[in-house]
Write a protein of this length. Structure first.
Lengths: 349, 250
C-alpha cells in the first residue's frame, strides 16, 4: 500500500474544496495589483473587490439557500446611501472629513442595510422560486423609486457628490489595501457562516425545503436570518462604494445593479464559495478593457453569459471542479486496480 | 394499561370535493409496531401528512404524548418526537450522505442557528452512529442524489432516526429495494422497535413484510378505516379479502 503523498494544493483542496486553492491564487494576485504601472489597475482592483463582496453576499441567497434575488442591489444601494448621507453630514465646510468621521460613516451602511433587509425579507421569505425572485425585484424597484424621487432627503436623481475621503485614503493604493482588508475579513466571516450548522441548514433548504421542515428546521426564520445576513454584507460593499467613486446615485439600487451580482455569480460559479469573487474579477476587468475599445459592452457580456449558461452551467469553477473530480476518480480507480493486482503478485512462488 | 402515545379522534380531510380522510379514530400504544394497509389512493400518505403537520385537518384532533398537536407546522411536530421517512425518498440531493445525516442531527440538537460553530465537528459522533446503524458507513462521501434507490431509502431512514423520535412513521420503507435490502431494512426496524422501544407505524404494499413485521394492522379504504386487528384477524376477514388482499393473492 503506497501512502498517498499529498501536496499542499491537494490538502488545500481537501479542506476547502475548489475555493481553497483559488482563494490563495486570488490573494496572491490581489497583493501584486498595486505594483502594476499606473493607477488604472488599482482602481479596477478596488472595484473588483467591492463587487466581489456584493456578489458573494448575493450567493448566500442563491448558492446556499437556493433562492434567486433580482433586488439584491437595494441593500448595496441603501448601504451606500446611509454611508454617503452620514459622510455629508460629518464633513466640514471645506469638504474635508476626518479619519474618525470617515470610518464612522462607513459603519453606518451595514446596519441600515440590515434593517431594510429585515423588513423586505419578512415578506419575501414567505415565497420561493420565481415568486421570491419577482418579489425581491419589486421591492428593489420600490426602494429605487423612493431614493430616486425623494429629493429633499436623498437629492433624488442628482445623487450625492463630493464624498472625498481623508487624504490618506485618497491615495488609490491605500484605499485599495483598506478595501482588501475589509473584504477579506467579511469573506472570512461569510465562509465561517457557510460552514456552520446554519450554513448546512441553508443547504437543506436549497435541496429540499419540505424535508428540511420535517427535520425540525423552522424554514422561514432560517431564510429570514440569511436574507438579513446577505443584506448586511451587501451593505458593507455599498458603504465602500461611495468613498471609492466619490459619489452615489439611485442607480446603485436598481435592477441593473442587481443583475451584475447575478452575472458575476453565474460566471464564477454559484456552487463554490469563492466563485462570485472570481466572477467579479472576470466581469470587472473585462468591462474595463472592453470599454476602452468599444461601446458594445452589453453585447459582449450578454454573449459571455449565454455561452456560460449553455456550456458551463456551473460557472468557471464548476467546470474546473468537475474536471478535477473526474481526474481523481480515474486515478483512484487505477490505484484500486493496482492494489488489487499487488497481492496476487506477492503470492507467486 | 399502558398509556396511548398517539390518539387520533374524528380526523377529516377534504381536497376540493374529494373526501380523503373520513372520521378516522386511531390510537397507538408506546412500543407498538403497526402497519396501515390499503389500496392506492386509500389515504395512507394523507393520513401521515395529517399526523406530521404537512396538511391541516379539516376536523378532528391529534394528541401525541398527552399533548395536542393538531395543526402544528411540521418543524414543531418533529420536535415533539414524531419523525417520518417518505415514500419517494426525500433527501438532500446535492449534499453528501454524511452531510445529510449530520444536518438532521444538528437540526435535532437545535444547533442550526449557531452561525460560527463548525458544522464538521458538531454532532459528529451521533452522525457516525446513525450511518453505522443504517449500514451507510461505506457511502458517507457519496453525493446523496447519485445513490441507488435502496441506499436512498436507507438514508431516508437515517435522516428520520437522527430526529430522535418516539414515534417513527415510515411510508413504504422498502419500496424500490431488492429482497435482501428490504429484509435487512425491516430487521433494522424490528430492532429499533424492540431494543430502543421506538413506536413504529408503517405503510407497505408487500403483504409478506406486513404480516411478518406488524403486530397490528389497520386497513384503510377510500379514506375510512374498515378494519383493525392482528395480522391473523385481518387475513381471515372477508371484507379485507375483497377490498385489498384479494389483489395480492398469488
Amino acid at each position: 500500500m503506497t501512502a498517498k503523498t499529498r501536496g499542499p494544493w491537494s490538502r488545500l483542496y481537501a479542506g476547502f474544496g475548489i475555493s481553497g486553492p483559488v482563494t490563495l491564487l486570488l490573494l496572491a494576485a490581489a497583493l501584486g495589483v498595486p505594483w502594476l504601472p499606473g493607477e488604472f489597475w488599482t482602481h479596477v482592483g478596488t472595484e473588483v473587490l467591492i463587487f466581489g463582496l456584493f456578489a458573494m453576499s448575493f450567493n448566500l441567497l442563491y448558492g446556499y439557500m437556493g433562492q434567486i434575488s433580482f433586488g439584491h442591489a437595494a441593500f448595496f444601494g441603501v448601504g451606500a446611501y446611509a454611508t454617503a448621507m452620514l459622510f455629508t453630514a460629518l464633513k466640514g465646510a471645506d469638504g474635508q472629513i476626518g479619519i474618525a468621521e470617515f470610518l464612522l460613516s462607513l459603519l453606518a451602511g451595514p446596519p441600515v442595510a440590515a434593517l431594510v433587509a429585515l423588513v423586505v425579507g419578512f415578506f419575501c421569505v414567505r415565497l420561493t422560486g420565481i415568486y421570491f425572485a419577482i418579489l425581491t425585484l419589486a421591492f428593489g424597484e420600490l426602494l429605487f423609486y423612493i431614493v430616486f424621487s425623494w429629493y429633499t432627503f436623498t437629492k433624488g436623481d442628482d445623487g450625492i457628490q463630493g464624498l472625498l475621503p481623508p487624504p490618506f485614503f485618497q491615495d488609490s493604493t491605500n484605499f485599495y489595501f483598506f478595501t482588501l482588508a475589509i473584504v477579506a475579513v467579511a469573506a472570512a466571516v461569510m465562509w465561517r457562516i457557510t460552514e456552520s450548522p446554519f450554513g448546512y441548514a441553508l443547504r437543506t433548504l436549497r435541496d429540499n425545503q419540505r424535508r428540511a421542515g420535517f427535520l425540525g428546521t423552522n424554514v422561514r426564520v432560517h431564510m429570514l436570518v440569511n436574507f438579513v445576513l446577505a443584506g448586511t454584507f451587501a451593505g458593507i460593499a455599498g458603504a465602500l462604494w461611495g468613498p471609492f467613486s466619490r459619489s452615489v446615485n439611485p442607480g446603485l439600487l436598481g435592477w441593473g445593479e442587481s443583475g451584475i451580482a447575478v452575472f458575476m455569480t453565474l460566471i464564477g460559479g454559484a456552487g463554490s464559495f469563492i466563485g462570485p469573487l472570481l466572477g467579479s474579477v472576470i466581469y470587472t476587468m473585462l468591462q474595463a478593457v472592453v470599454k476602452m475599445y468599444t461601446v458594445y459592452w452589453p453585447l459582449t457580456i450578454g454573449t459571455i453569459i449565454l455561452l456560460i449558461v449553455l456550456f458551463a452551467p456551473g460557472g468557471i469553477l464548476g467546470m474546473i471542479d468537475k474536471r478535477i473530480q473526474a481526474t481523481r476518480a480515474r486515478k483512484d480507480a487505477a490505484g484500486a486496480d493496482a492494489a488489487a493486482a499487488a497481492p496476487a503478485k506477492e503470492q507467486r512462488p | 394499561m399502558s398509556q396511548n402515545i398517539l390518539e387520533v379522534t374524528g380526523l377529516e380531510k377534504h381536497f376540493g370535493g374529494v373526501h380523503v380522510t373520513c372520521d378516522i379514530h386511531f390510537a397507538m400504544q408506546e412500543g407498538e409496531q403497526s402497519a396501515i394497509i390499503g389500496p392506492n389512493g386509500a389515504g395512507k400518505s394523507t393520513f401521515m401528512n395529517l399526523l406530521t403537520g404537512y396538511h391541516r385537518p379539516d376536523a378532528g384532533k391529534v394528541v401525541f404524548a398527552g399533548r395536542e398537536i393538531t395543526g402544528m407546522p411540521p418543524h414543531k411536530v418533529v420536535r415533539r418526537g414524531i419523525s417520518r421517512a417518505f415514500q419517494v425518498s426525500s433527501i438532500f440531493g446535492r449534499m453528501t450522505v454524511s452531510e445529510n445525516v449530520r444536518a438532521a442531527v444538528q437540526a435535532q440538537m437545535r444547533a442550526t442557528f449557531r452561525l460560527f460553530a463548525s458544522a464538521r465537528t458538531l454532532g459528529a459522533g451521533e452522525t457516525e452512529r446513525m450511518l453505522a446503524l443504517c449500514g451507510l458507513e461505506g457511502k458517507r462521501d457519496l453525493v446523496a442524489g447519485e445513490l441507488a434507490q435502496g441506499d436512498k431509502k436507507r438514508l431516508e431512514l437515517a435522516i428520520a432516526l437522527a430526529g430522535k423520535p418516539r414515534l417513527l412513521l415510515l411510508d413504504e420503507p422498502t419500496a424500490g429495494m431488492s429482497i435482501d435490502e428490504a429484509r435487512s431494512t425491516m430487521e433494522l426496524v424490528d430492532r429499533l422497535n424492540q431494543e430502543l422501544k421506538l413506536t413504529v407505524l408503517f405503510t407497505e404494499h408487500d403483504m409478506g413484510i406486513v404480516f411478518n413485521h406488524a403486530r397490528k394492522l389497520t386497513l384503510l379504504h377510500r379514506g375510512e378505516i374498515i378494519l383493525q386487528g392482528t395480522p391473523e384477524e385481518v387475513r381471515a376477514n372477508e371484507t379485507a379479502q375483497k377490498v385489498y388482499l384479494g389483489e395480492h393473492r398469488t
